[in-house]
Design a protein around this ligand. Structure first.
Ligand SMILES: [Zn+2]
Length: 293
């Protein structure tokens, strides 16, 4: 059986969302616009003269703690991972994202508002297939006490199966694991509503650094020693679901679909980003092999 590759997709017309950035506390507006096949995902800083464009690709990713940021020249966009997750989860491959701030809105800490907004317009199939990396041998990256690996599927399938293993020293979060086949329906139902979380001590430290001034307990999940503070869980294992959402967004930076099983053990944006670079190198090498074979 040969693997069936899917066509690329864009959206039928532009949609906009507004909200406040976690780190900056500033209001920002985001407009998703349709884009031609093979465009990929491109951010446009509408608030900077010349409206610089920043393509979402590994070379443009910069290492900032706790979030995924992209930069080209002096223009950057921060905290793109939840928007990337929403687009990747819905298989929207080509899109221009016009933003009027350096940091995009955090919404409720999840990407469900973005998913619903993107689904308020039609998905448009484009007559070019999406590049897909069929994993044929293990690719693994280990760093910072965590690891992430891609394994071949046992049966030929073009799906991405994702397993995320969370292991927090803090007993209020503890060990959680989720495994799912990442389809648009499963993404929306199982991951899109899962919110960002952190420990109370981390929240206090961030506040002391002047960050997150406009963020309250209702805007994300904050866990104290006794449990969740001032909020209610949407899933009993909401934390691991959010980590899986983050991983979907981080993996999408590769620019191709992954046909295989990705297992992530405690990895965050930094390690996911290093893994994506390794995947891209392996994909390029396999393309070369195929071309010369
Ligand atoms: Zn996140």
């Amino acid at each position: 059986m040969t693997i069936q590759f899917r066509n690329q997709n864009t959206i039928s017309k532009s949609v906009s969302v507004q909200g406040v950035g976690y780190w900056s506390g500033l209001e920002a507006s985001v407009e998703f616009r349709p884009a031609a096949p093979d465009t990929g995902i491109i951010f446009v800083r509408a608030d900077i003269s010349g409206q610089p464009r920043i393509a979402v690709q590994p070379e443009n990713c910069v290492d900032i703690p706790r979030r995924t940021c992209i930069q080209s020249g002096s223009a950057c966009v921060e905290m793109i991972e939840h928007l990337m997750a929403a687009l990747a989860g819905l298989q929207i491959d080509n899109c221009e994202i016009w933003v009027d701030r350096a940091e995009v809105p955090a919404f409720d800490g999840s990407c469900i508002e973005v998913v619903e907004k993107l689904q308020s317009v039609d998905l448009v199939s484009q007559p070019i297939s999406k590049p897909t990396f069929v994993i044929e041998e293990e690719i693994r990256l280990e760093a910072d006490g965590c690891w992430i690996a891609a394994y071949p599927h046992q049966t030929r399938s073009n799906n991405l199966t994702l397993t995320y293993q969370l292991d927090y020293e803090a007993a209020v979060i503890g060990q959680q694991e989720i495994e799912l086949v990442v389809t648009p329906d499963a993404f929306k139902k199982e991951l899109a509503s899962a919110r960002t979380f952190l420990l109370e001590v981390e929240a206090e430290w961030l506040r002391s650094q002047g960050l997150g001034r406009n963020v309250s307990f209702s805007d994300l999940l904050v866990f104290g020693p006794e449990g969740l503070i001032g909020n209610t869980l949407r899933y009993s294992d909401e934390c691991v679901r959010h980590k899986a959402l983050d991983a979907v967004g981080d993996l999408a930076v590769a620019g191709f679909d992954i046909a295989g099983h990705v297992v992530a053990h405690k990895s965050g944006h930094r390690v996911n980003g290093l893994f994506v670079k390794k995947l891209v190198d392996a994909f390029d090498a396999s393309q070369g092999k195929r071309l010369s074979a």
